[in-house]
Design a protein around this ligand. Structure first.
Ligand code: PBG
Length: 329
């Protein structure tokens, strides 16, 4: 008998294909990263991320309402901090009236059910553009963790639902969990950037926040002493395991498209919800190629997002959230 098996039977039309489909993408899979800036009625497109803006709080709130109506249930908040507020300690990060804290309160006030996930990391607040305190050319671990705990608690006080530490210091999940418990924030969760790689795909994000490591003597030019080496996969399991033991509620793999093997590895080895971050450079690549007419924007966008679901991601941080939610409608 030839052919032995006819796989094409189950592909012969859209009806049968939809019946046997294994992964599904819906607007509530998405978390939209947002960039908030000082000012009023301010909105500025990030040149390397067409369609994504730094915007003042009033405009941010309009957007949050709009995406809620599209079915998106969570936002990941970043703030663009004025250079005059940056230093080596990151202390603006726990200013109770800082831009981040104001933003969290305003979002929870406008759309109480929106899950607010503030970024926990010092880089937007650091004069050196690092996710930690720098001394003698080194990013200090334990003093940075102490700063992150102050930052996380102030975000919880402002009403954050789930803290999103993206810094990759050792021990910060346990320290944040302990800090939250001691202060009565038992229901504030932690989504840990557990397997975050030192990646060149973050370029446009660092433009957005003006947060790239500065080029100066005795300041490391990259983040390789804390973010993971992209040659490694087993190490991601050790990172994830540590963060689960320390109290993470959800773990993350970042970046996304070049790291689908890691998403699958984590999903297959642990029973904790897994998130993936399709980062700024991935977004920029698809935007640039489609602007040139080299790729079909919408089709490539949905294919890339579905691949995350197929690999095992439970939720996807993506700058395409709004456009994809509109298409999936
Ligand atoms: C830094 C941080 C980065 C991103 C999120 N938080 C960049 C970095 O590690 O330098 C990248 C997001 C993106 O590229 O979309 N704490």
């Amino acid at each position: 008998m030839f052919p032995y098996d006819r796989h094409r039977r189950l592909r012969k039309n859209e009806s049968i294909r939809s019946l046997i489909r294994e992964s599904h993408l819906t607007p509530h899979d998405f978390v939209l990263p947002i960039f908030v800036a000082e000012g009023k009625n301010f909105k500025e497109e990030i040149s390397s991320m067409p369609g994504i803006y730094r915007q003042s709080l009033d405009n941010t709130i309009k957007e949050v309402k709009e995406i809620w109506n599209l079915g998106i249930k969570a936002v990941n908040v970043y703030v663009k901090v004025d250079s005059s507020l940056k230093d080596n300690t990151g202390k603006e990060a726990w200013n109770p009236n800082g831009l981040m804290q104001q933003t969290i309160r305003a979002i929870k006030d406008a759309v109480p059910e929106m899950i607010v996930m503030p970024d926990v990391a010092l880089d937007p607040y650091s004069i050196y553009g690092h996710d930690g305190i720098v001394e003698n050319g080194e990013i200090l671990n334990d003093p940075t963790v102490e700063a992150l705990v102050k930052m996380g608690i102030s975000q919880a006080e402002a009403g954050a639902d789930i803290l999103a530490p993206s810094d990759m210091m050792d021990g910060r999940i346990g320290a944040l969990r302990e800090g939250l418990e001691e202060n009565g924030f038992h229901n504030v969760g932690i989504i840990s950037y557990a397997a975050k790689y030192a990646s060149s795909f973050y370029g446009p994000f660092r433009d957005a926040l003006n947060s790239a490591p500065v080029d100066s003597v005795n300041i490391p030019k990259d983040k390789k002493t804390y973010q993971m080496d992209y040659h490694n996969a087993q190490e991601a399991l050790r990172e994830v395991e540590a963060d689960i033991m320390e109290g993470a509620d959800i773990v993350m793999v970042k970046p996304g498209m070049a790291y689908l093997d890691i998403v699958k590895l984590v999903k297959d080895n642990y029973n904790i919800p897994v998130s993936v971050f399709q980062v700024s450079g991935e977004y920029a690549m698809i935007k640039a190629a489609s602007a040139n007419g080299w790729l079909d924007h919408d089709k490539v966008m949905l294919e890339s997002l579905t691949a995350f679901k197929r690999a095992g991601a439970d939720m996807i941080f993506t700058y395409f959230s709004k456009e994809a939610a509109k298409l999936l409608g």
